[in-house]
Design a protein around this ligand. Structure first.
Ligand code: C2O
Ligand code: CU
Ligand code: CU
Length: 477
């Protein structure tokens, strides 16, 4: 109940009290990170660990014929009880809230039947998947009207990675994701990697989302904020304030920032180190040890956390508890290998000059890429398939101020070459499809497309995307 007070109370005194608390938190945040700006203040409350974490089901195929596999996915309306026995309307894929894990293998020919059982148009976008930039990619042009089923078809050509899927209808993405439309997409390949891979036993999907419940209901319109729709309540895999129970062993957490806007600054409550195994597009060459990890909206990270000698610990966002973890005392011996991948920059891109420049700006109302908002009749950029170009993404501080913007490109996995002219730190050394650019930063990335078509690039704060912080690139043969 405590956490509902700020939203529900009409009492001026209470509101003032809440505001004071926020100011305090904001000051701490500033002290912590230096460059954090006002509207990224934390409103998130500690996760008290009131329910056991559950895991999404793995989607079973409709049919399988050798290398050809067919799945069916329906965007539908649902109902959930999240707080205080109150039933709220939700959206989900093949269920009431969120969606199943789609488990694909490199080399497979995949057909997916997409049904829109909502009362409004939607699309099915495969975030991070390298597929043709047409209806397959599921951007805002690939609208499926209510009651309609369409079929897409592609071959999985990329390496093992944790991707995800979500809707992308123009101006409605934030609401539809907030209401529950999001799911994980795992790609496996045949490279043998000695790492935890028993689903929900030592390899856990962790879909991080923050929500603000209004009288126990999910009502996007009541909490929507163009700057950033933030929640006060932690939800993981669709469970409100969950805790994770696991054996005493090294576990793999597949983290997805599925929040509309929040950038997570993750660490553990005891500051223990963990190993970064993979970023958006797949495995690093070797695990990288770290104690803090930034995860902007849309980004993923797979981490290996050694709980062999840990009884209780919590995953934190700054000093807020995101996920309490308790161990069972049952120890499992495990040794994991150090070689995960062999990725290399495609050509000698570190000395290449950028051929594409993108500025991002906006903090309260005007969210712009290169000073413009999205126009579906305008092709902003063109690039040839198979040719690597360096893009420079700059987050401009203007009169409004600035905030972190996660920059995402459809249909490709890119390499981060530099941040403000310096080599990127370990967390940016794997393949990425989304990179969080902090205020004032210039990030250079090496981008290669392997398919052709029309793709979106945009800020992955869904509110910014919806108001047009998005552009179009045509990839030609
Ligand atoms: Cu996660 Cu344009 O998308
Ligand atoms: Cu995407
Ligand atoms: Cu943004």
């Amino acid at each position: 109940m405590r956490k509902l007070l700020c939203i529900l109370s009409a009492s001026a005194a209470l509101l003032a009290a809440c505001n004071n608390e926020q100011v305090k938190e904001e000051e701490q945040v500033h002290a912590h990170h230096g460059t954090r700006y006002a509207n990224e203040q934390l409103t998130l409350q500690h996760n008290e660990g009131i329910a056991a974490l559950t895991f999404p089901p793995v989607l079973q195929p409709v049919s399988r014929n050798g290398q050809h596999v067919t799945y069916a996915l329906t965007a539908q309306k649902g109902e959930m009880t999240f707080v205080d026995g109150i039933t709220t309307d939700t959206y989900g894929y093949n269920g009431n809230f969120l969606g199943p894990v789609l488990h694909l293998t490199k080399g497979e020919h995949v057909t997916i039947q997409l049904t829109n059982a909502l009362d409004e148009p939607t699309t099915f976008h495969w975030h991070g998947l390298e597929v043709a930039g047409d209806a397959t990619d599921g951007g805002p042009h690939a609208v499926i009207e209510p009651g309609v089923t369409e079929t897409i078809d592609f071959v999985v050509k990329q390496q093992a990675a944790t991707l995800w899927y979500h809707p992308h209808p123009m101006g409605q993405t934030a609401k539809q994701v907030y209401n529950g439309l999001a799911g994980l997409l795992y790609i496996e390949d045949d490279v043998v990697r000695d790492i935890p891979s028993d689903y929900a036993v030592n390899d856990f999907p962790i879909v991080l989302q923050d929500r603000t419940f209004v009288d126990g209901n999910i009502v996007y319109e009541d909490v929507a904020n163009t700057s950033s729709t933030l929640g006060d309540t932690m939800m993981i895999n669709g469970v409100v304030e969950p805790f994770l129970t696991t054996r005493n062993e090294p576990v793999r957490l597949r983290l997805l920032n599925g929040s509309n806007a929040l950038t997570y600054y993750l660490s553990f409550s005891n500051d223990m180190p963990f190993q970064l195994l993979a970023t958006d597009g797949g495995f690093l060459n070797e695990p990288q040890e770290m104690t803090k990890l930034t995860l902007g909206a849309g980004e993923r990270a797979e981490i290996l956390v050694d709980l062999t000698n840990v009884a209780d610990v919590a995953l934190m966002h700054d000093d807020i508890v995101v996920l309490p973890i308790e161990t069972t005392g049952e120890a499992v011996q495990a040794n994991y290998s150090n070689t995960l991948n062999e990725i290399a920059l495609p050509v000698d891109v570190t000395t290449m000059e950028p051929t594409k420049h993108i500025t991002m700006e906006g903090m309260t109302t005007n969210f712009l890429l290169n000073g413009q908002t999205y126009d579906e009749t305008r092709i902003d950029l063109r690039q040839q398939r198979g040719v690597t170009e360096v893009w420079e993404i700059e987050n401009i501080i203007n009169e409004e101020g600035a905030m972190a913007h996660p920059f995402h490109i459809h249909g490709t996995q890119f390499h981060v070459i530099s941040v403000n002219g310096e080599a990127p730190d370990a967390s940016l050394q794997g393949l990425k499809d989304t990179v969080t650019v902090q205020p004032g930063q210039k990030v250079r990335i090496a981008v290669t497309f392997h398919e052709v078509g029309l793709y979106m690039y945009h800020c992955h704060i869904l509110e910014h995307e919806d108001v047009g912080m998005m552009g179009q690139i045509e990839v030609y043969e």
